[in-house]
Design a protein around this ligand. Structure first.
Ligand code: GAR
Length: 191
């Protein structure tokens, strides 16, 4: 899969992609990295990895750059704005969310907000979800979910660390599955 990676923050997911691609455990290549945040650490990391990296603040600006690359999958890696892809990539946007969708998701649920809410509610299981994105936050066909137990002693930070460990397995696994089965497969099986 030829990927465009969109991020807003530290680029930990980009680190994970870089390492998995280097180790041969994830199919695909990162063609371009874009951030809506000019000073995102993830952009600096992208440059260090040798990926073309750009700051672009709105959908239109992002899509103009994506159009200049050969991309068949747009991968959201901690991109904290609703994204609308160009028409040809409408079904080709993957996102990772740090909870078991449909719990703790939707507008306002991102990053530590999710783990604080999980902690407050006292659920015994949490996890992460890789899914195709549509025009609504955290909707679209689910590709991979992984779960982990939450103990009474876990702080929100502990929960975040456990979930990120799962994300590092779930995203490469999902991208490999999409490479193997094709994008349409997931839209066709979603009800
Ligand atoms: C992702 O790993 C994901 O859990 C979360 O942001 C993390 C990456 O941010 N995404 C969402 O909450 C999307 N709803 P970082 O690279 O800035 O640490």
């Amino acid at each position: 899969m030829k990927m465009a990676v969109l991020l807003s923050g530290t680029g930990r997911t980009l680190d994970n992609f870089y390492n998995n691609i280097k180790n041969g455990t994830m199919q695909g290549s990162v063609e371009v990295v874009l951030s809506n945040q000019k000073d995102a650490l993830g952009l600096t990391k992208a440059e260090q990895y040798g990926y073309p990296a750009f700051h672009a603040s709105g959908n239109e600006a992002i899509n103009k750059i994506i159009d200049q690359y050969q991309v068949d999958l747009v991968v959201l890696a901690g991109f904290l704005k609703l994204y609308t892809p160009p028409a040809r990539l409408q079904k080709s946007v993957l996102n990772i969310h740090p909870s078991l969708i449909p719990s703790f998701c939707g507008a306002g649920f991102y990053g530590m907000n999710v783990h604080n809410a999980v902690h407050k509610r006292g659920v015994k299981l949490t996890g992460c979800t890789v899914h195709f994105a549509n025009e609504v936050y955290d909707e679209g066909p689910i590709v991979v979910q992984k779960s982990v137990a939450v103990t009474a002693e876990d702080t929100p930070k502990d929960i975040a660390a456990k979930v990120f460990e799962l994300e590092c397995l779930a995203y490469p696994e999902a991208i490999n599955l999409v490479a193997e089965k094709g994008i349409d497969y997931f839209w066709n099986i979603s009800r």
